[in-house]
Structure formats: structure tokens, C-alpha cells
Design a protein around this ligand. Sequence first.
Ligand code: FES
Length: 117
Amino acid sequence: MVSTSQPISTLTPSVSFNDQIHQDGEIPLTHPSVITAKPAKILICQKSDCRKRGSDKVCALLEKELAQRGLEDRVTIQKTGCLKKCKSGPNIVMLPDKTRYSKVESKQIPGLIEQHF
Ligand code: FES
């Protein structure tokens, strides 16, 4: 049995979260800013209108570009249903900032990956 002279509700952590940031600037994985970080993701419409306009090719190039930059573990690609911009396909959405891109062309992909991730 554990006994303590202090009620549990009055105990305070001996180290604050700010104290956990290392002197070299590295933030430990237990830091709240890391725990609450929203996952990076690319949504890409795979319905018929976007597919007709090249979303399969865009998806393959996104995967290739992420792999070349070593980002394949950090950024996931999720194929979705219609994003309601069918005539402007291929359509993608960058998360977590929810930026939408329409009429995405192959030559834009390196710049988009660079800009968002
Ligand atoms: S088919 Fe892609 S947005 Fe509708």
C-alpha cells in the first residue's frame, strides 16, 4: 500500500512541459504540441469525372514525390469520393490546412509538396 502525506489532488508535476523542450530545440514526443498535431494528409478524388481528367496519374505522382522526399511515413494519401468540383478535376485537398486545388497538373506536384510539407 502506498501512503503519502499529501492528497493526490495537490500534487504537481516536478517538470513543466516547457522544461521538457531540450536545449537543442528538439521537442520530445510527449510534448502537447506534438500530441495535438493534426496528421498531414492529401485527399484526392477518385470518382469518374476526376479520373477522366487524370486523378490516377496525379495520385501516382504524389506517392512518388512523397517517397523521393522521404515523407511517405508522415503524409498519407487518401482516395475519396466526389469533392463536388467535378468539372474542375483532378481535385485534391491538403490537410490539415484544408487547401483545395483543382485542375491539378503533373508539373505542379513537386511545388505543392514543397509548399505544404
Ligand atoms: S468527381 Fe471529382 S470532384 Fe466530383
